[in-house]
Design a protein around this ligand. Structure first.
Ligand code: NAP
Length: 251
């Protein structure tokens, strides 16, 4: 899709974990909207290389490979974004990881991996970006949680705990930052067709589809459209809200 005409003032958007899956859906949607996107993941993918080489998007994409659980690297990434484009309008906390397993058999390492990225990594980058947004007196933060943070899912206790924590963070930050011109919302997606859901077996997938009124799994584009809506400056009365996008599964 071609970017909108020159009258549009592009926004600078940080999207964590934009190399594939839902994150790549967000990157594509904001690039299509004419915005500038800084994104990160531990490794580069063909999607990122395509944005970097396409003349339509090459000067509107910044990619840095690093692990979001590392505070120093998060700092460097945010500084590089500000140096390149002067500020940050939108932060989408998308990167997340899941590890399946019943709680009694979950290793220390798996608990650490999920908590370090989903909660601590999200808090580190939000802390740094919020300082920039406070100085600018405006901004939008969007946290990607999950319906399992509300409804739970057998074998996903650690992951569900981290996603419920993100919804708490969304509500707390909306109160803390609202009077300073910063909106904070969340999206709790249902089951999406991405690499993360490959851990579900065929039987689980079919059961989810059978129970979903929309009759299918979600696509990244279903969620990306809602992100554009929630971060649209025209919708500045929406804050502290977590929007469930699950085809009616938990409705
Ligand atoms: P995905 O396909 O596994 O993609 C995850 C992204 O995060 C990748 O870009 C990955 O790149 C990056 N990432 C993972 N660990 C990282 C780390 N330590 N540091 C930096 N980047 C890291 O997952 P997805 O399905 O798109 O999920 C995106 C978000 O939606 C997650 O927060 C997930 O919890 C949430 N969600 C997903 C579903 C679903 O059904 N898929 C449902 C509800 C909510 P690297 O691996 O190269 O680092």
């Amino acid at each position: 899709m071609t970017a909108p005409s020159h009258s549009y003032a592009p926004r600078t958007v940080i999207i964590t974990g934009g190399s594939r899956g839902l994150g790549a859906g967000f990157v594509q949607a904001y690039l299509d909207n004419g915005d500038r996107v800084a994104t990160c993941a531990r490794s580069i993918t063909p999607e990122v290389e395509k944005w970097q080489s396409d003349p339509e998007t090459a000067d509107r994409i910044l990619f840095m490979p690093f692990d979001l659980s590392s505070r120093e690297d998060v700092d460097t990434f945010v500084k590089a974004t500000v140096e390149k484009w002067g500020g940050i309008d939108i932060l989408i906390n998308n990167a997340g990881v899941a590890r399946d397993g019943v709680i009694g058999l979950t290793s220390d390492e798996d608990i650490d991996i999920v908590v370090d990225l989903n909660i601590k990594g999200t808090l580190y980058i939000t802390r740094i970006v919020s300082r920039r947004m406070l100085a600018a007196g405006k901004g939008n933060i969007l946290n990607i949680s999950s319906i399992v943070g509300r409804s739970g899912y057998r074998g996903l206790a650690v992951y569900s705990a981290t996603k419920a924590a993100l919804d708490g963070m969304t509500r707390a930050l909306a109160r803390e930052l609202g009077s300073r011109g910063i909106r904070v919302n969340g999206i709790a997606p249902g089951y999406l067709r991405t690499e993360m859901s490959h851990g579900l077996d065929e039987g689980q997938m079919q059961q989810i589809v059978r129970r979903t009124p929309a009759g299918r799994l979600g696509e990244p584009a279903d969620v990306a459209r809602a992100a554009l809506f929630l971060t649209d400056p025209a919708n500045d009365y929406i804050t502290g809200h977590v929007l469930v996008i699950d085809g009616g599964l938990t409705g």
